[in-house]
Design a protein around this ligand. Sequence first.
Ligand code: NAD
Length: 361
Amino acid sequence: MKTGHIIKLETSRQCPVTVGDGLIEHLEEHFDFSGYSSMVLITDTIVHRLYGRGVLATLKATGKKVSLFTLPTGERAKSLSTVERGYKFLLSNNVDRKCLICALGGGVVGDTAGFIAASYLRGIDYLQLPTTLLAQVDSSLGGKVGVNFKGKKNMVGSFYQPTAVIADVALLQSLPPAEMRHGLAEVIKYAIAMDEGLYRILERKEDNDFSAAELKDIVRRCCRLKAGIVEIDETEKTGQRAILNFGHTVGHALEAVSRFKGKSHGEAVAVGIIAVAKISQRLGILKADDVERIKKLIAKFELPTSCPGVSPDALINAIRFDKKTTLGQTRWVLVKGIGKGITDQTVAEEVVGKVLEELCR
Ligand SMILES: NC(=O)c1ccc[n+]([C@@H]2O[C@H](COP(=O)([O-])OP(=O)(O)OC[C@H]3O[C@@H](n4cnc5c(N)ncnc54)[C@H](O)[C@@H]3O)[C@@H](O)[C@H]2O)c1
């Protein structure tokens, strides 16, 4: 049996997070399917082609009824119309409350399937089987589920914890390099905001080629960091969970402005991290050397460190309308050293403007 490292996530529902290499081949050894009446596998077309058949076979070997609901790939699938199709699918398959939804895929599948699970029959269990680095280190745990609405990201959703998360780093072998980089942006986020040790691991890496052992270590560290935060602020009430948004204020703004279209969330977050580092430097809390170190690391992983051609004014406007803005005041997550993010900071718009002008040049 391939063993996984188990992180206990103690939230409103207990959610063990298992991280390992080669777990998916023997899923039944890592999750107890016995209490369920049936299973529905939700995945996207690419992931289905790669891993769907194997997972379906494992689920069918339990002797339960198993059905498959496939989403198209990409962010557009994260919509209310997909959710409605999902409800119709579940209804036509007579899915009852004892059914388990298995979400096999990246963040798009996880967020959408999780929202279907959260709302169908007022909530049925779901298992997260993340297949991208981003999903393994971030989106699959923490219980944020939902879809985009009227062009706005994650506008409709809920906090609904999965029954378990099983992150198999072997699945990352087939991930295109660009997707790997997007996930790395989130890993870098954890490192700068919360974990200097992780930062050093990334800094020591000479290339983008991660072994399974390295990935296991990275995913495990990130899951532990996220679990620690989610446990103390499960529904983003106390403000502690905001540390996970490090780099995302400018990142989200970049995603909202048209000139950055075609770039990914990871690329936007990378530039957002640089913005925060520079703002922190201007405020005198981060050393110039650290800003350079951060820039070097981001560039090494072939992520952007600026956004030439984007309008700084458009970015400022987008920041003002970010859904995480409270009472018109943006609360920033800044950094005062590697591994030392600080939440709930206000920054004069003039300082933000100067940094954005630099980055957009
Ligand atoms: N819920 C949360 O807390 C949270 C946190 C961060 C991001 N998100 C959401 O996550 C989404 C992005 O997730 P993502 O980056 O995983 O994108 P994604 O789900 O779109 O996956 C990216 C692409 O990789 C393919 N793919 C997935 N696994 C693969 C594999 N093992 N091998 C080859 N190809 C594979 C997919 O088919 C897709 O084409 C966004 O919608 C974002 O809002 C949610």
